[in-house]
Design a protein around this ligand. Structure first.
Ligand SMILES: [Zn+2]
Ligand SMILES: [Zn+2]
Length: 364
């Protein structure tokens, strides 16, 4: 005997089982799956596109805009889904053009609730109005608030565009890693580098240390009294001075009457390779800044490997075409190739390869 719905008289089938004695249509008419008593409020920061949910601001980080809008919609709607029967919910953006949130007045979404076992589906379209409110961080920056400063300075002259770009890319990555908006930091160009004012003292400290290690910089911390809190505690403001040492990767220097090349930077320490003996030593940026050494960079020249006879290479200077014998090379050379070398004690020393993790040359 087949059961029929007491409300509409429809018979129960295998594909459409009944719910609590009624057909799904009649049951869910009375007990809908999607019940949003109040449309959720979307608060968005017009400066950094952060949105507010469950008591905190979620920053954009590296998420592309369409995903960011989608995440916001899910974060706002998920806690409001409270179906009468266990169901799965899907949310779809009606317009997923990826417009930044701060330029959007409303977000239209399609919500689908499904109970697969009952072959039942419910749909609803919803519009979330967007209110623009400055997030906590942007409000602080707007007020000129900052807790710490990082100063980046070169040894001489200006930062090269390559140096500037590498540092900027590194800082952007750190902000994304910590889900902090760009407005956390305020950059000011200076003659020999730049200053960064930071509204989070903690982030600033870790950023300064990471920059020092990653780029092989000298770090000096100083603090200044910045006032008192209401309960009498002193407030200090840290300045992290980061300086490039006078020499950098690929520089050739004379140190202790020997020719050295800076051949590496690992974990914040420079590797110096003795070009005569091949011996290596490690120096911190501070030690590198303090050694008594002269640059030999202007003595680096190009030589062409022109022939090989009885295990002796003949190298021709590209400057004055003098030919040098180069016996017993530690690595085989290709005849016809070019090598860089300096002249030392009337013979040539070849420059070794540079070993670095990910940092390309600072030089242009
Ligand atoms: Zn029915
Ligand atoms: Zn903001």
């Amino acid at each position: 005997m087949t059961r029929s719905c007491p409300k509409c008289g429809k018979d129960q089938t295998k594909a459409q089982p009944f719910v609590k004695g009624f057909c799904a249509q009649c049951y869910f008419e009375q007990h809908p799956l999607i019940v949003l008593r109040r449309p959720p409020e979307a608060k968005v920061c017009p400066r950094c596109n952060a949105y507010y949910t469950s008591g905190r601001w979620v920053h954009q980080g590296s998420v592309p805009d369409a995903d960011h809008v989608y995440n916001m919609v899910c974060d706002l709607l998920d806690p409001l889904f409270d179906p009468s029967e266990p169901a799965t919910f899907e949310v779809e953006l009606v317009d997923s053009s990826g417009t930044p949130l701060s330029k959007t007045k409303k977000v239209d979404v399609d919500i689908t609730a499904t109970i697969h076992t009952l072959n039942y589906r419910e749909k609803q379209q919803l519009t979330l109005p967007i209110t623009l409110v400055l997030c906590g961080q942007c409000k602080q920056t707007a007020g000129g608030y900052f807790e710490a400063t990082i100063q980046v300075r070169t040894a001489s002259g200006k930062l090269s565009p390559a140096q500037g770009n590498q540092i900027a890319a590194y800082i952007t990555q750190r902000l994304n890693d910590h889900d902090l908006p760009k407005s956390t930091l305020k950059f000011t160009e200076k003659r020999e580098g730049f200053d960064i004012k930071c509204i989070s003292g903690r982030f600033c400290r870790s950023l300064a240390k990471n920059l020092a290690t990653h780029f092989g910089l000298l770090l000096k911390v100083s603090s200044k009294l910045a006032g008192r809190t209401r309960d009498g505690k002193t407030l200090t403001r840290e300045t992290y001075a980061l300086r490039f040492p006078p020499f950098e990767i690929r520089d050739v220097i004379e140190y202790m009457q020997q020719p050295f090349m800076i051949t590496g930077l690992r974990n914040g320490r420079y590797t110096l390779t003795n070009l005569k003996s091949g011996q290596k030593q490690n120096l911190s940026p501070k030690e590198l800044a303090e050694i008594d050494a002269q640059s030999l960079n202007d003595q680096i020249h190009s030589y062409q490997v022109i022939s090989l006879e009885d295990d002796v290479y003949q190298l021709m200077s590209q400057r004055d075409f003098t030919i040098y014998d180069y016996p017993d090379p530690s690595k085989p050379l290709q005849v016809g190739s070019m090598v860089s070398a300096i002249e030392w004690d009337d013979s040539l020393v070849l420059l070794p390869d540079v070993e670095i993790d990910e940092l390309p040359s600072h030089r242009q």
